[in-house]
Design a protein around this ligand. Structure first.
Ligand SMILES: Nc1ncnc2c1ncn2[C@@H]1O[C@H](COP(=O)(O)OP(=O)(O)OP(=O)(O)O)[C@@H](O)[C@H]1O
Length: 289
């Protein structure tokens, strides 16, 4: 037997041991068996294709399993939810006008770790504008925003690069958040699996359906475990199943201690969020002589 054959066998043994350890760690953390199988299969495929040692590609199996559980673990039921943590996002007295037309007139919003805030209101009342201000993409005319921690933003549309495939998006965004290639792709695919989407082998973003592009945007927002997630109607184009998966993902993020702001005009889930900010302008009271 030559050295190359020995080498392959040795690596195969190392891969198998690491994958078995990952499988055990995922199950120990209560990851649903189908999802655990998916995560292990993805990792195995990556190790096979890249020929990297597992520790170099993904790190220790318990640490990688913890990262997966953090992003896709089961939601914690109401009674077991810990109290909200420190303030992660604070917007005070936000005023914004476009060509003298007032859009936001002194808006306040505070979101703590482990909370979901929903921004609702009529079309054009300034929901996306407020989120862009919170993301630092638009300046307010007056007021201040403080973000304590790292930030992920999912825009209402756009946000993807037409000629890149999903894995390349994960690598690009992951690099900006200090993640290596394998970890970014692994985490991206694990997030995607929680939305019932398998991005492995998917084509360029321009070829994806609208709903799938939004899944890509949502996965990118959550990469690298940001402390604050700003999500602007991210479920547009989702079918019913994906919409349900989306809310489960939101609750998992919340239960993992993220502070989440979600713009929504769908009111059926507002009982499942912690605060609701309604930006619909209040009509001036009629003054009768
Ligand atoms: N860059 C801009 N320049 C001028 N006007 C703008 C700009 N961005 C937004 N507006 C206007 O500000 C108002 C609020 O827009 P915004 O997109 O924040 O509302 P929204 O509540 O998110 O709306 P929708 O529910 O339709 O998504 C709208 O009248 C919009 O036309």
């Amino acid at each position: 037997m030559n050295d190359a054959t020995n080498d392959v066998r040795e690596h195969a043994g190392e891969h198998d041991a690491w994958l078995a350890a990952l499988d055990g760690e995922l199950r120990r953390r209560g990851i649903e068996p189908g999802l655990a199988r998916h995560v292990v299969a993805e990792a195995a495929a990556h190790l096979r294709d890249s020929r990297q040692p597992p520790l170099a590609a993904f790190g220790r199996p318990d640490v990688y399993a913890a990262a997966v559980a953090d992003s896709v673990g089961e939601p914690v039921s109401g009674a077991r939810r810990p109290p909200p943590g420190p303030v992660r996002l604070e917007a005070r007295g936000i005023v914004k006008r476009y060509r003298r037309r007032p859009v936001l007139a002194g808006v306040d919003l505070t979101v703590r770790a482990g909370q979901i805030a929903a921004i609702v209101g009529a079309n054009g009342c300034g929901k996306s504008t407020l989120l862009r201000i919170c993301a630092g993409m638009v300046s307010p005319d007056r007021g201040r925003v403080h973000v304590h921690g790292t930030l992920g933003y999912c825009p209402q549309d756009g946000g993807t690069s037409e000629f890149l495939v999903p894995d390349e998006h994960f690598v690009l965004v992951g690099a900006g958040r200090g993640m290596g290639r394998a970890a970014a792709v692994g985490a991206g695919r694990a997030h995607a699996a929680a939305l019932d989407w398998n991005p492995a082998g998917a084509g360029q973003a321009r070829l994806l359906s609208g709903g799938t592009r939004q899944k890509l945007n949502l996965v990118m927002a959550g990469l690298g475990d940001p402390d604050v997630l700003l999500l602007d109607e991210p479920y547009q184009g989702f079918d019913r199943g994906a919409y349900v998966d989306f809310w489960h993902q939101l609750w998992r993020w919340r239960d993992a201690g993220k502070a989440i702001v979600v713009v929504t005009h769908l009111l059926d889930r507002l009982d499942r969020v912690d605060t609701v900010l309604d930006l619909t302008p209040v009509p001036e009271p009629e003054i009768r002589a």
